[in-house]
Design a protein around this ligand. Structure first.
Ligand code: GRG
Length: 290
């Protein structure tokens, strides 16, 4: 698994470095690169490639779409660490972007990474039809905005120190984290011009994978160590975050995560042994330590 992730990270970083190199220089390039290349598992790209392999999508196109996803993901991490959000000083074992470059630069580098995602997907060298490009940009925009990552982050902050129901916590985690995974799962079907119904099915699988990922992230915060996780742990309790652990307890949350894996795997049965990679990634997500 780690070798596969390393290869995807290498290929994605190579594409992104080449893409940025072809642009005119600016002062924001250094903090943008810091956000993009200071580590990162590239797990969303791995999910995209696993789903892509179910539909025989060419690897190059997946790396391009994955690069756009990683731009938005890196942007969300930079902004998530800001003092006005989660106020975290360490990310991926290094100083957070605003600690290294200052707050205003971190905000602007984050914004520039968001728009870079759209530049990548609309670029003339991305060899897919205009219709598919628009469809990808439409879907990734909706995943990122007020009904997706940004909206989920709003709820996450708003729910602090409040008693929140299981249903509402799940809805918040699906928006904050699940929506980008939904896009990663839907993108291969968009590239293959599949029906709206089929795309929706994979968006739902993506939302469940994203929820699993967020639950695993909460478990790391609860039990993990800074040196391994690359970020401070034990923060959720201190900040009064509404998580499934705060509601159900540690053991029941692990049970819930295992139930999610079973539920997702059941939906993948019809793809037979082709879905082996995706199932492996699900187990990796739950068992990871960072
Ligand atoms: C991105 C549109 C947009 C808005 C920003 C700040 C914010 C609004 C949203 C925060 C979203 C967020 C950070 C959710 C948590 C998701 C999560 C568990 C991130 C950790 O992802 P990993 O472990 O990170 O994949 P690496 O370091 O491996 O890349």
């Amino acid at each position: 698994m780690q070798a596969k992730l390393n290869k995807i990270a290498r290929d994605t970083n190579l594409f992104l470095k080449g893409f940025i190199k072809k642009q005119k220089k600016s002062e924001l390039i250094t903090p943008m690169k810091y956000g993009l290349f200071s580590g990162g598992k590239k797990i969303r790209s791995k999910i995209l490639i696993d789903v892509g392999s179910l539909f025989k999508i060419d690897y190059k196109s997946l790396i391009i779409v994955g690069s756009a996803i990683e731009c938005i993901h890196s942007y969300s991490l930079i902004h998530d660490d800001l003092p006005c959000m989660d106020n975290d000083t360490i990310r991926r074992g290094k100083p957070s972007a605003h600690i290294k470059f200052g707050e205003s630069t971190a905000v602007l580098a984050g914004n520039s990474l968001l728009t870079l995602a759209f530049e990548i997907l609309s670029h003339k060298n991305f060899n897919v039809s205009e219709k598919i490009k628009i469809s990808l940009i439409d879907k990734i925009s909706r995943s990122s905005g007020h009904l997706g990552i940004a909206g989920g982050q709003f709820l996450d902050l708003n729910y602090e120190h409040k008693k929140i129901s299981k249903k509402k916590i799940i809805e918040m985690e699906i928006k904050k984290t699940g929506k980008l995974f939904s896009f990663a799962c839907a993108a291969p079907l968009i590239l293959k011009s599949k029906s709206k119904k089929e795309i929706k099915k994979f968006e739902e699988i993506g939302a469940e994978i994203g929820l699993l990922f967020q639950v695993a992230d909460d478990l790391i915060d609860y039990k993990g160590k800074l040196v391994v996780a690359g970020k401070k742990t034990g923060k959720d309790k201190k900040k009064g975050k509404a998580t499934l652990i705060s509601l159900l307890g540690y053991k029941n949350t692990i049970k819930y995560a295992k139930y999610l894996i079973l539920k997702i795997n059941k939906k993948l049965i019809k793809y037979g042994s082709n879905s082996k990679n995706l199932s492996e990634t699900l187990n990796y997500i739950l068992n990871r330590k960072k």
